[in-house]
Design a protein around this ligand. Structure first.
Ligand code: DX5
Ligand code: ZN
Length: 227
């Protein structure tokens, strides 16, 4: 599986979202969209109407990351709207199997997100129900936080679990991913990389995506899990 880059528009200019998406469109694989409800996390961002508008203005597939208390209620609508991936958090799901299946039934990829202090092992039996596992590498809620190295052992265990189940589930990291930390993530087993401030805080967001991708590719090539 090739390295995939998902710039997060959380660090973009929210008044110019179409332009900010266009700035990375030639080099990104996904546009990562952080949906926050001020309950699951202490921050409020954007919801379905903005996602629907964004879909009209970018050709990039949207990777919607729902940090909300009622993912069971809201996730299928993001998939129906046209998001290519919808990630829901294990800590908030009431009916994980039903909701993940509804996401897939609506034509999207289904992602399962877990916070830094949430163990991955209890979700092994759900691997067949998901297309991507998201390991948060900061406490969710804000961009620009410091990467939590304490997640790296879990990332290695998650990679081993995924490989044991055929290796088709993507392993995404989100939070504090930068030129200082992306190689550690790739070596530990991540293959999809979200980066907000490291991309939109740079003078040239597209060049930042390319540089991060090259770093991740080099680190993946020398990693023990790859190949
Ligand atoms: C945080 C969000 C992230 C955020 C990452 O809760 O889920 O997607 O945009 O931002 P950086 O890359 O700046 O840590
Ligand atoms: Zn995110």
């Amino acid at each position: 599986m090739a390295v995939q880059m998902a710039p997060s528009i959380l660090s973009a200019d929210f008044a110019r979202l179409a332009d900010e998406a266009a700035a990375v469109a030639p080099v990104a694989d996904w546009l990562h969209v952080d949906v926050m409800d001020n309950h699951f996390v202490p921050n409020l961002t954007i919801g379905l109407p903005v996602v629907e508008s964004l879909l009209k203005h970018t050709g990039l597939p949207l990777d919607c990351h729902l940090m909300i208390t009622e993912p069971d209620q809201w996730a299928p609508a993001y998939a129906e709207a046209g998001a290519r991936n919808v990630t829901v958090h294990a800590e908030a799901l009431q009916s994980p199997v039903r909701t993940l299946r509804l996401i897939r039934a609506a034509g999207a990829r289904a992602g399962l997100g877990i916070n830094p202090a949430t163990a991955v092992e209890p979700y092994e039996d759900l691997l067949a129900e998901i297309d991507m596992l998201l390991l948060m590498t900061v406490e969710p809620g804000f961009g620009g936080q410091s990467f939590l190295d304490l997640v790296l052992p879990k990332l290695r265990r998650a990679r081993a679990l995924v490989q044991r189940h055929g290796g088709s589930v993507w392993l995404q990291v989100d939070g504090g991913v930068s030129e200082d930390t992306i190689e550690r993530c790739a070596e530990a087993g991540a293959d999809v990389f979200v980066a907000g401030s490291a991309v939109y805080g740079a003078d040239d967001p597209a060049a930042a995506v390319q540089a991060l991708r090259e770093q991740a590719q080099r680190a993946t090539a020398r990693s023990a899990w790859h190949g």
